[in-house]
Design a protein around this ligand. Structure first.
Ligand SMILES: Cc1ncc(COP(=O)(O)O)c(C=O)c1O
Length: 385
């Protein structure tokens, strides 16, 4: 072997034995808890061997979306970039809500606005407050920027613990993420409770009120945006087209901010073309057909009552729900029950947070899907199954 070949051979073999230098891994991101997302249709089919799957893990709308949406997306020119300012959608929402368009930021799902609020208003060492059981991203996004997260548990009877929230708010967290209705539990704050919470938030805290399930609530539940507008607080109200409007797959939600300055921060913290053209056109069309959404919501609320009654008749504890889902104590490890349900072609979300691992969260689907769930659960919970 020539000298040069020997040198190359030697350098290759030493290179193989030394492991390459590692890049810098952001420790905050590397340590993040995993988001507990619902199983895909393909995975459920593979696990159950069935084709008829009831997808009840992601709080989607089983009735689809308005026919007007399908027409609107047909006219979109896919070869053009989307409008980075989402001007038409923001103007439409501003008129509907009676706010300045400069207060609105559109997100790639409202989840993007949770990330933007975390990037914009938290940093390493900041303090964020939320509740437990929680919507995973209210914890994950603050942790991703190095913030510390305090979680106030719901009460033993699965309601918001307003006195405990008042105490925690007295610590002046930089950001307070509150989902009302609560995901995964279901209750929403009534007017008196929300007034108490608003009264406990200090001027130094940004109050992020997440109303992803607002359209499913009963008459008695206040409009959080209306109440916050009467306060002197800094706030962001989050809403989405994923649930009642049936556009989960398109990814579009929004933030209504107390000031254009807060909206500017959220805008700076997102990517420029974050909302695609189909999503923008679909959301505008969905807002033009609210009767379609209201009819779907009525059907879902009726089914929610029917399913919760059936579950209670089976002796199960079911939390009060103002959303399109139920939080159910199955009195045994939730992962075992979810695995058995999967074999019967039903996807639900087993809850994994400490103290709630005997709960599953089940979305309200079509009547047929709900029947499939109830019958399967009845069988699974029989003694000796
Ligand atoms: C409370 C809450 N907030 C926000 C989201 C995010 O919704 P999207 O990003 O689809 O708008 C969800 C989704 O399940 C949710 O439950």
């Amino acid at each position: 072997m020539s000298d040069i070949k020997m040198v190359i051979k030697h350098s290759l073999s030493t290179r193989q034995s030394i492991s390459p230098p590692e890049p810098y891994y952001n420790p905050h991101v590397e340590a993040l808890p995993k988001y507990n997302s619902g199983l895909s249709l393909a995975a459920a089919r593979a696990a159950s061997g069935l084709t008829q799957i009831a997808r009840l893990a992601s709080n989607e709308n089983p009735h689809g979306c308005s026919p007007g949406v399908m027409q609107a997306i047909d006219a979109v020119e896919l070869w053009r970039y989307s409008d980075p300012g989402c001007e038409l959608l923001r103007a439409t929402l501003a008129t509907k809500l009676g706010v300045d368009p400069a207060q609105i930021v559109i997100g790639n799902g409202s989840e993007e606005m949770i990330a933007a609020a975390s990037r914009g208003f938290l940093t390493a060492g900041s303090h964020a407050l939320t509740v437990t059981p929680s919507f995973g991203l209210h914890e994950i996004e603050p942790l991703a920027v190095g913030a510390r997260v305090t979680k106030v548990p719901m009460t033993a009877d699965l309601e918001f613990d307003v006195p405990a929230l008042e105490l925690a708010l007295a610590q002046h967290p930089q950001v307070f993420f509150l989902p009302s209705p609560s995901n995964p539990v279901g209750p929403a704050l009534d007017t008196r409770e929300l007034a108490r919470v608003i009264g406990a938030v200090s001027g130094a805290t940004l109050f992020v009120l997440d109303e992803a399930y607002r359209e499913f609530t009963s008459e008695a539940i206040p409009d959080g945006l209306e109440m916050l507008r009467e306060s002197a607080l800094s706030y962001v109200v989050l809403r989405t087209f994923s649930k009642a409007f049936g556009l989960a797959g398109l990814r579009v939600g929004y933030a209504v901010c107390s000031s254009p300055r807060i909206a500017k921060m959220l805008t700076a913290a997102k990517t420029p073309f974050n909302v695609n053209a189909l999503a923008q056109a679909a959301a505008v069309a969905a807002l033009q057909d609210e009767p379609w959404m209201e009819a779907a919501v009525t059907r879902i609320r009726d089914e929610r009552e029917r399913v919760s009654q059936s579950l209670r008749q089976m002796g199960l504890r079911v939390a009060r729900s103002e959303g399109n889902f139920l939080f159910v104590d199955v009195a045994r490890p939730s992962t075992e029950v979810a695995t058995q349900l999967l074999k019967a072609g039903v996807i639900v979300k087993p809850w994994l947070e400490p103290n709630y691992q005997s709960f599953i969260r089940v979305s309200i689907g079509s009547s047929a899907e709900n029947d499939q769930f109830i019958e399967a659960l009845r069988r699974i919970l029989q003694p000796g199954f």
